[in-house]
Design a protein around this ligand. Structure first.
Ligand code: SF4
Length: 444
């Protein structure tokens, strides 16, 4: 289905059969009375490997069928997983170069190159945190208003304001409950929403609870969020708590785009928030999204230039993702998908020239143009939390509404999960149950 969705063919009727003959995997695809046979070779030494190869072979057959029929191709070819780097790491762990497998999947050279660059940039953090310690995620799913492209659980602040204090009571209780299961904290990430939606005092409550855990010396991020929520008081409380990484997330530097996506801030607010934050010893990340509003390549180039002019430690370039739940979903037909591909290529050129290196990469379902999201960093400024989460090399203990804890065994051989309710009233009602379930997961 993932491959069919790429080509917009998910409503068509196909029949598919598969047979294996030694190393040969044979897929027969029939559609509209026509039948085609695809044959390729895979080394599968055990049942698990066989199932993986059979799935890959079928995906490749469907991709080849549809690419030939439509004349279209995609930069990630038949690779539809959200973590291409994990696949590359698996090949490297088996003593093989990952490029031949990616080529077999019709991945373009530029994407094979960027995966190699990401793996190089991750080297130190990847080996230091592989199978060791844990990342801690604390969720604050509040935002001033809902952006039109957003499918996240967040609700406009005015609709959930009455729950905030009770939510924080539950959150603090959850954080305190982590003491027996924390071993070595690799990183802490307070994510949103827009955590800076809260007051300085409310943020202080969260920091105080976190700082009672053994977090000294760990990377400590607050995804502060939208520029119009920044104040001196919040930044000062945040710095005093030991936070060393902060995110200013404008998504675009075009005022017309910001208005079109339902934001109430301007590019000027972003410059102001950045200047305020840069007085403190934070590494700053700026998030941008390719494909917002009616933006064309030149608009996105202006946003990239503006972000680079500020010289932050990190710039993260997302490509627009249109999941159900976002108001923008219905206008997908108006998107110029080929522009998004060019925007992503331009970001690679401009950020590489400005001295940034790609250090994590992931993809999402429903991403316009079948693109990717890439985190870029100045040398030595990679975010350990993003690497740990995307590569799933260490456990992630997550608290708050919608948070998903992951117990990672053996650097990723096996992963067990525990998810909290997404909506805030359900989370408040069930947070004690979540504490018990999380303790059971991490006490095994
Ligand atoms: S700031 Fe982020 S989480 Fe909040 S509404 Fe916008 S996209 Fe959604």
């Amino acid at each position: 289905m993932d491959v069919l969705r790429l080509f917009g063919s998910e409503e068509r009727d196909f029949s598919h059969s598969f047979v294996r003959s030694g190393k040969k995997f044979i897929n027969v695809i029939e559609c509209g009375g026509k039948s085609r046979t695809f044959c390729d070779e895979w080394d599968a030494t055990d049942e698990l490997e066989f199932r993986r190869c059979a799935k890959r072979s079928a995906k490749l057959a469907f991709y080849t069928y549809l690419a030939e029929e439509s004349g279209k191709s995609f930069p990630w070819g038949a690779l539809t997983g959200i973590r291409p780097t994990k696949m590359a790491y698996a090949e490297l762990a088996a003593g093989r170069d990952f490029a031949p497998l990616f080529k077999k999947f019709c991945v373009c050279e530029a994407n094979i190159d960027i995966v190699g660059r990401v793996i190089s940039a991750q080297r130190g953090i990847y080996s230091a945190n592989f199978g060791c310690g844990e990342d801690i995620f604390v969720g604050l799913p509040f935002c001033p208003t809902k952006c039109r492209y957003c499918s996240f659980i967040t609700a406009p602040f005015s609709a959930v304001q009455r729950y905030v204090d009770e939510y924080l009571d539950c959150l603090v209780e959850e954080i305190e409950s982590l003491k027996p299961v924390v071993t070595r904290v690799n990183s802490v990430y307070i994510g949103g929403g827009t955590p800076f939606c809260l007051s300085a005092e409310q943020l202080g409550r969260v920091y105080e609870a976190i700082n009672a855990l053994p977090v000294n010396g760990a990377e400590y991020t607050v995804e502060a969020g939208r520029p119009d929520t920044f104040t001196e008081e919040k930044l000062s409380v945040t710095a005093a708590a030991g936070v060393n990484r902060i995110c200013v997330n404008p998504q675009s530097f075009s005022d017309a785009t910001l208005a079109a996506i339902g934001r109430s801030h301007t590019a000027e607010d972003t410059f102001r928030a950045y200047e305020m934050a840069s007085k403190y010893p934070f590494d700053i990340n700026i998030d941008l999204i390719a494909g917002l509003g009616q933006e064309r390549l030149a608009d996105f180039e202006r946003s990239l230039s503006a972000a680079v002019s500020l010289s932050p430690a990190n710039i993260t370039v997302h490509s627009l993702c249109l999941k159900s739940g976002s108001k923008l979903k219905e206008s997908v037909a108006r998107l110029n998908v080929s522009d998004i591909g060019e925007m992503l290529l331009l970001s690679r050129e401009m950020l590489s020239s400005a001295g940034y290196e790609p250090y994590y990469l992931y993809r999402q379902k429903y991403q316009a143009g079948a693109g990717e999201n890439v985190g870029w960093c100045r040398p030595g400024k990679a975010c350990a939390y993003n690497i740990g989460t995307m590569e799933e090399i260490c456990s992630n203990i997550a608290v708050g509404a919608g948070a998903i804890s992951k117990r990672v065994f053996g650097g990723g051989e096996r992963i067990e999960r525990c998810a909290s309710p997404k909506d805030i009233p359900s989370y408040i009602g069930r947070h004690e149950e979540m504490i018990k379930r999380r303790l059971a997961l991490f006490s095994q």
